[in-house]
Design a protein around this ligand. Structure first.
Ligand SMILES: *Cc1c(COP(=O)(O)O)cnc(C)c1O
Ligand code: SF4
Length: 341
């Protein structure tokens, strides 16, 4: 199911002049290149090619550079390498829409499940394709695009004084050009009952060049208090360039949190998670959520059962100050917020 490449405003792909857009355009899309660059043999390739037809391979160069050559179990590689095992029969309970999101939205791309905050699915595009992603089957292409979508969403927000915070999600909102995002932020800033704008994004982690002056300009310049929630799962994801990008966000007065997903073979280990929290905090980001694994079809090989997740989380809490321990949660349809495990 290919993800939409179009932006929120039809045809608005920016002028293409920002350096991050060039880096994204040159990201690796062929599993053969990914394997070859890491010195891994061709044995993995047929399965990888097959899996990539379900959900394409997408890896920015800077993310590849943080992987260990010659190690097929590298924790960053495992997150992004299409693998034949994704096509194996999945256990009972693995579905295409584990969070039952497609049914609950009054306006496609506008999710208002929790009190005081609503989420905009701004785009289906991402800068990296994470194999475990619970949105890998999300029908983004069904979303109406462009101003004809944004006008009713904005009207709904403006008419609901209980809303104080708008989340930009996706896909990844920071794949959209700043001109588009800036316009949305401006419209939101004119709604008096809104207090905060929150961006859920993996770009500062996988493509740290995205945190540039233009982004900081509209985000830190808004009347709305800015919050950025990044997504890193392993300490090796936080290199000097990422730490600098998080530092730029912090330097502009933006509060930065991190969310992770617990993933077998990647971070199902309290030592790894403790190091992740330490590196994030050193770079200015506070650990927020550790998501329990959701049974999404194609990702069963990443599953960590709830009892193990709890045990790992307890071990983590025993070795870190409380503010470095993310909350272990799951999204349960019908609950008023993320549910602690
Ligand atoms: C996760 C989520 C939020 C944000 O929840 P917080 O607990 O505030 O981080 C908001 N809306 C929807 C639909 C969500 O899935
Ligand atoms: S960046 Fe986020 S939304 Fe995109 S594939 Fe990865 S986890 Fe999913």
């Amino acid at each position: 199911m290919p993800r939409g490449e179009t932006g929120l405003v039809a045809g608005a792909e920016g002028d293409g002049s920002a350096p991050w857009q060039g880096i994204l355009a040159r990201a690796i899309r062929d599993p053969a290149v990914l394997l070859d660059r890491l010195g891994l043999g061709p044995a993995l390739l047929p399965g990888s090619r097959a899996a990539a037809t379900d959900f394409p391979c997408l890896v920015p160069e800077g993310y590849l550079a943080r992987m260990r050559c010659g190690d097929p179990r590298d924790p960053l590689l495992l997150q992004v390498l299409p693998q034949g095992i994704e096509r194996a029969p999945q256990p009972a309970g693995y579905g295409l829409d584990p969070l039952a999101e497609t049914g609950c939205s009054p306006l496609p791309g506008f999710l208002h499940k929790y009190q005081g905050r609503a989420l905009l699915v701004t785009t289906g595009a991402c800068a990296v394709h994470c194999r475990f992603c619970f949105r890998r089957h999300f029908p983004y292409d069904d979303l109406p695009r462009g101003r004809q979508w944004w006008a009713p969403a904005l009207a709904r927000i403006a008419a609901d004084p209980s809303l104080h915070e708008i989340l930009f999600s996706g896909g990844d909102p920071l794949t959209l050009p700043d001109a588009v995002l800036g316009r949305i932020a401006q419209d939101l800033a004119a709604v008096p009952h809104l207090r905060r704008i929150r961006i859920h994004t993996r770009l500062p982690i996988v493509l740290p060049e995205r945190v540039d002056e233009r982004l900081l300009g509209w985000l830190a310049g808004s009347r709305l208090q800015p919050v950025v929630v990044v997504h890193a799962n392993h300490p090796h994801e936080i290199d000097a360039a990422v730490a600098a990008a998080l530092g730029r966000l912090r330097g502009a007065g933006i509060t930065v949190f991190n969310q992770s997903t617990i993933l077998a073979g990647v971070n199902d280990d309290d030592t790894v998670l403790a190091e992740l929290s330490e590196r994030l905090f050193a770079a200015g980001a506070v650990p927020y959520y550790l998501h329990a694994f959701d049974p999404v079809a194609g990702a069963a090989h990443f599953a960590v059962d709830d009892d193990r997740a709890r045990a790992i989380h307890r071990a983590l809490a025993a070795r870190l100050p409380g503010y470095l321990v993310p909350r272990l949660v799951r999204e349960t349809p019908g609950e008023p917020g993320k549910t602690p495990l």
